[in-house]
Each structure stands twice: as C-alpha cells, then as structure tokens.
Ligand binder design. Structure first.
Ligand SMILES: Nc1nc2c(ncn2[C@@H]2O[C@H](COP(=O)(O)OP(=O)(O)OP(=O)(O)O)[C@@H](O)[C@H]2O)c(=O)[nH]1
Ligand SMILES: [Mg+2]
Length: 285
C-alpha cells in the first residue's frame, strides 16, 4: 500500500492549544471551520475538549470545491448530531448570510439566559477556529466588509483586540482567528491534509501525494482529470503511468527528454487545490 508520511512537530499543537484556551475565555460561540472536502481530517479533537460547554457552529468551507452530494451528507450528519452546520465559500461570500442567521439562532438562548440573570445589552462574542489555510481570514474579511462597525479595544479585553459588530450589533466576531494544528492520526489523514494544502509541501513527498491523489481520482472522479490532462476514458493505468502522461502533456521534461515526475506532481496538486480537476470530496461520511 502506498503511504504518505509527514514531518510533524507536535509542539505546534501544544502552543495552538494554549493560545486558543486563552482566547476562549472571552468567547460565547465558536465557529469551527472545516474543509468541506475533508471534514474529518480537518477537525481537531482538541477543539471539542477546549470548548467544553460553549456553543459550537460548524462551517464547511471551500464547499465550491467539494462534491455537492457528499457535502450534503456531511451537512445532514452534523445537524442530526445536534450541531448547527453551514456550507460556505468564504472567498465569494456564498453562505455568509445563512451563517449570520445560524449564529443569531445560536445566540438567542445565550441572550435569554443572561436576561434571566438581569444582564441586558451584552454582545455575544464569536471566534473562528480552524486548521491552517482552511479560510478563516477570508471569512473575517467577508465580515469586515459587512460589519456595522469595528469596535475599539474595550475594558476587560486584551489591548488591541478588535471585534467586528455584525447582525445589527448583537454579535461580535473576534478578528483574529484561532489556528488549530491538525492531528496526523494516520497516513490517510496526512494524505487528506497534504492534498488540500493544509500542510506545507516541504513537509511531505509531493510525488507520493500526487500518486495517491491520482489513484483516488482514477477510482472515484475520473472525468475531471482525464479532461484536464487529455487522457482517454476509461483511465485504467497505474498512478505512475498517469503521472508520466501528465508530465508529457504538461511538457515537464528534463534535458535528454526524460519525464520530470516531481514537476508533474506539483501540477497535479496545484490543479486539484484550485478545483481544476472537478469538485472532489476526499472523505465520505
Ligand atoms: N475555492 C475556495 N478557496 C478558498 C475559500 N476560502 C479560502 N480560500 C482560499 O484558501 C486560501 C487560504 O485562505 P485563508 O483565508 O488565508 O485561510 P486561513 O485559514 O486564514 O489560513 P491561515 O491564516 O494560514 O491559518 C486562500 O488562497 C483563499 O483564497 C473557499 O471557500 N473556496
Ligand atoms: Mg489566516
């Protein structure tokens, strides 16, 4: 079996945990941003542990790149497990309105509880947490565009911290996202994170990742890559032969005419991440 190993520094995880735990003291609702193509691999078990009883909202971002049928099943999975979930494309802003509605609904019981204790006009504070590159800053930029006001730092809050008022000012979103380091439980998770760009290319074997991806696409989503690389369907070749065909098609050749598989592998990963090989989900429910 082909496997992908990743150079991995667990110290990052401890540091991320400490930082998020500190920020969470001020937060009422946490948006857990997942990559719609890999909802399981992009979720971090630390977060559930850190959040404790706080309200959690799931966002499946980059849903413009994922397989719509499988993403629909993930959405159902979360809602059936009592977690509000929203599909998002945080670059184009698709789903932001729906997310704001879901946040308002999640905020309502918190406000009522406060009101029962005589606390009025207190804003509900929201934080966006997720693994690197999942789209946290893109969503914050979206909220920045629609924000009523960017509130200044206020008493009791670390100096310099900015809150964005949204949804009529009742909700405030922390404008610094919490980065969760992904957990490489096994080589399947490592592959999912590598293929989608959640970990830097320098930390794994790019050629190996591209071969795994081509194998997956050949078996599950052959149309997109066959069209992109002008391969006749059905594609039955071994992943190595497909990669060599991509190299020839893209002109990735070394002096002397041998194929440059590493260059071809980079093409494949870049095309996949940009959605040029079709809408693909790497993980089913
Ligand atoms: N197609 C698509 N691309 C997205 C989406 N959201 C973010 N991106 C792209 O993904 C890349 C990372 O987005 P960021 O918003 O910087 O991600 P981040 O979570 O803030 O990343 P870190 O700060 O490194 O943790 C950028 O190239 C974005 O343009 C999305 O919904 N769809
Ligand atoms: Mg960011």
């Amino acid at each position: 079996m082909r496997e992908l190993s990743v150079q991995w520094f667990p110290g990052h995880m401890t540091k991320a945990k400490r930082m998020i735990a500190e920020e969470l003291k001020l937060i009422d609702i946490v948006i857990e941003m997942l990559d719609a193509r890999i909802p399981a691999a992009s979720s971090n078990p630390l977060l559930a542990e850190l959040i404790g009883g706080k309200t959690r909202v799931i966002v499946l971002n980059k849903s413009d790149l994922s397989d719509p049928a499988i993403t629909g099943e993930w959405l159902r999975y979360y809602t059936e497990n009592g977690l509000p979930a929203v599909l998002l494309d945080s670059v184009r802003g698709q789903g932001v309105k729906k997310l704001t509605e879901v946040l308002k609904q999640a905020a309502a019981p918190i406000s009522s509880k406060w009101l029962a204790r005589g606390v009025k006009n207190k804003s509900i504070r929201v934080m966006i947490a997720g693994i690197p590159n999942v789209g946290k800053s893109s969503l914050i930029n979206r909220f920045l565009k629609s924000a009523k006001a960017q509130t200044a730092d206020r008493p009791g809050v670390t100096k310099g911290k900015q809150w964005l008022k949204v949804a009529g000012g009742n909700l405030e979103i922390l404008d610094t996202p919490g980065i969760l380091w992904p957990k490489f439980d096994n080589s399947r998770v490592a592959f999912a994170l590598a293929a989608t760009g959640a970990i830097k290319d320098a930390a794994f074997d790019v050629e190996q990742a591209a071969l795994l991806l081509l194998e997956f696409l050949r078996d599950k989503y052959p149309d997109g890559f066959a069209c992109r690389y002008k391969l006749p369907l059905p594609v039955l070749s071994a992943a190595e032969d497909i990669l060599a065909a991509v190299a020839r098609q893209k002109g990735c050749l070394r002096s002397g005419g041998t194929v440059d598989l590493e260059a071809a592998a980079k093409h494949v990963l870049t095309d996949f991440r940009a959605g040029l090989l079709g809408r693909v989900s790497l993980e089913a429910v």
